[in-house]
Design a protein around this ligand. Structure first.
Ligand code: UD1
Ligand code: CA
Length: 462
């Protein structure tokens, strides 16, 4: 725990280069907002306080960061975005008295990791502060790190303000710093907007400290750790990198088989169990969990789902659904919100479920719609069964009790209950409850007119 250290996360900018109606830091990469990624790197540090500076779409950004539930997190408003230095000026008054050191983090750098922040804190100890830097093959767009003859950091110059010679510097400022509180406050008070953008640059704090003989330490990181996201190209690259890192962790640390990582899209907040198999074309999103030995894919897209141990989910779209241990889903199933499939259930081809519970061992192997339904255990829902749950005005519930057998092409006009162990005959339209162990037939009787077809064609039958 680090009660005397605070983080200020800068998240007020619009992100002009995104050409978006959505604030930049709310754009998502691999299942998390850009600012959310930064907060996840901060969380394990156990800081005394985390202040997020919001401005553009302040309410939405504030809601997003509050949802992360990082202890000690508050937001401050930067009503006008007058630069990163100005943003920090808005946050400093919110710091509690016991805060001695202040980390400042750009909200648009989603690859940042906790160990690098720990290094940043460590390297800065006993110095005016510290910053993360990286050598970029192509430093375009970043502030360049300036060093004096002894190699000490003397300042940072933004690309727009740099001389041609300074632009050739490949060591860049990552936008991640830590400062002693007193030194930071003094330097912030001295910021001037005498640059090309007329903004108050936080980066000038680094130069000011160097001038006072309190230079900051520079911690060199690999370029991919600190890459910022300023446009949609970089967003796509960042998402790909984040997914690749997460998939690699699942393969090497958990023991998940991924047949083709290039076509497997797994959000960073998705967990997958040991010996699970992810087949090509699998998309796992938003906190989905996949149990050990489950097989998902090919071509399955799961959002906020829980897949039980040993289940298979083949060519399926599912949202807010639970699939029990050893269950079999698909190919071509659509599990909609509120689906709960018990252990060893089967939901097969062209079956759609919504707000439906299937008890252990129940099966709907082909072509069915189960909506607003409670299905007991060991029920057979045969081909073509439909819960008629909507009369154009209200949704009604269907209950099918344990061991029932719902025959092919049965329409269950809800509200209706099929009793335990009861049967319905194929082609029935069931409008009334069926008692336990009964057979319900609700269809017109077949009549056969001998020779009718032949006469119809005008051909003699003799
Ligand atoms: C900034 C740094 C640059 C560094 C780069 C690393 C400055 C002046 N420049 O440039 O040296 O190489 O990050 O990625 O700091 N923000 C606010 N309020 C504002 C302006 C920005 O909260 O008034 C926030 C943005 O939402 C963003 C972060 O600060 O999360 C950085 O702003 P951005 O405009 O992306 O700075 P860069 O030009 O990338
Ligand atoms: Ca940036």
């Amino acid at each position: 725990m680090r009660p005397a250290v605070a983080a200020i996360v800068l998240a007020a900018g619009q992100g002009t280069r995104f050409r978006s109606d959505l604030a930049k830091v709310l754009h998502r990469a691999a299942g998390r907002s850009l600012v959310g990624h930064v907060l996840e790197a901060v969380r394990p540090l156990g800081l005394g306080q985390v202040v997020v500076v919001v401005g553009h779409q302040a309410d939405d950004v504030a809601a997003e960061v509050a949802a992360a539930e990082v202890p000690g997190l508050t937001t401050v408003l930067q009503a006008e975005q007058l630069g990163t230095g100005h943003a920090v000026q808005q946050a400093v008054p919110a710091l509690r008295q016991e805060i001695e050191r202040v980390m400042i983090l750009n909200g648009d750098s989603p690859h940042l990791t906790t160990p690098w922040l720990e290094r940043l804190l460590e390297d800065a100890t006993g110095r005016g502060g510290g910053m993360l830097t990286a050598r970029m093959g192509d430093p375009t767009g970043y502030g360049r790190v300036l060093r004096d003859a002894e190699g000490t950091v003397s300042g940072i110059v933004e690309e727009r303000d740099a001389t041609p010679e300074q632009r050739r510097v490949t060591e860049i400022n990552a936008g991640m710093y830590v400062f002693e509180r007193g030194g930071l406050e003094a330097a912030l008070a001295g910021l001037r907007g005498d640059n090309e953008q007329g903004e108050l640059y936080l980066t000038d704090v680094v130069g000011a400290l160097a001038e006072q003989g309190r230079p900051v330490a520079a911690t060199a990181t690999p370029p991919e750790v600190v890459a910022g996201v300023n446009d949609r190209l970089q967003l796509a690259e960042a998402a790909a990198t984040l997914r690749r890192v997460h998939l690699r962790r699942l393969m090497t640390e958990v023991g998940v088989s991924v047949t083709d990582p290039a076509t497997t899209y797994v959000d960073v907040d998705v967990t997958v169990g040991r010996d699970a198999v992810l087949l090509p074309g699998t998309i796992l999103e938003e906190g989905t969990t996949v149990g050990p030995r489950a097989v998902v894919g090919p071509n399955s897209h799961l959002t906020r789902c829980r897949i039980g141990e040993g289940a298979t989910v083949h060519s399926t779209r599912a949202v807010d659904a639970e699939v029990g241990e050893g269950a079999s889903v698909g190919p071509f199933a659509h599990l909609r919100t509120g689906t709960r499939l018990g252990p060893a259930t089967k939901v097969g081809a062209y079956v759609e479920t919504k707000n439906a519970t299937l008890g252990a061992g129940s099966k709907a192997p082909h072509l069915a719609y189960l909506g607003d339904a409670t299905v007991g255990t060991d029920v057979n829902v045969a081909c073509g069964v439909i819960t008629v749950n909507y009369d154009g005005e209200t949704k009604s519930h269907t209950t099918i009790e344990d061991d029932a057998f719902v025959g092919c092409d049965t329409m269950l006009v809800a509200p209706v209950t099929i009793g335990r162990g009861a049967y319905t005959a194929a082609g029935s339209t069931i409008t009334d409850d069926v008692p336990p162990d009964a057979l319900a037939i609700a269809r017109s009787r077949q009549s056969v007119k001998d020779g009718w077809a032949a006469r119809h064609r005008g051909v003699s039958t003799t």
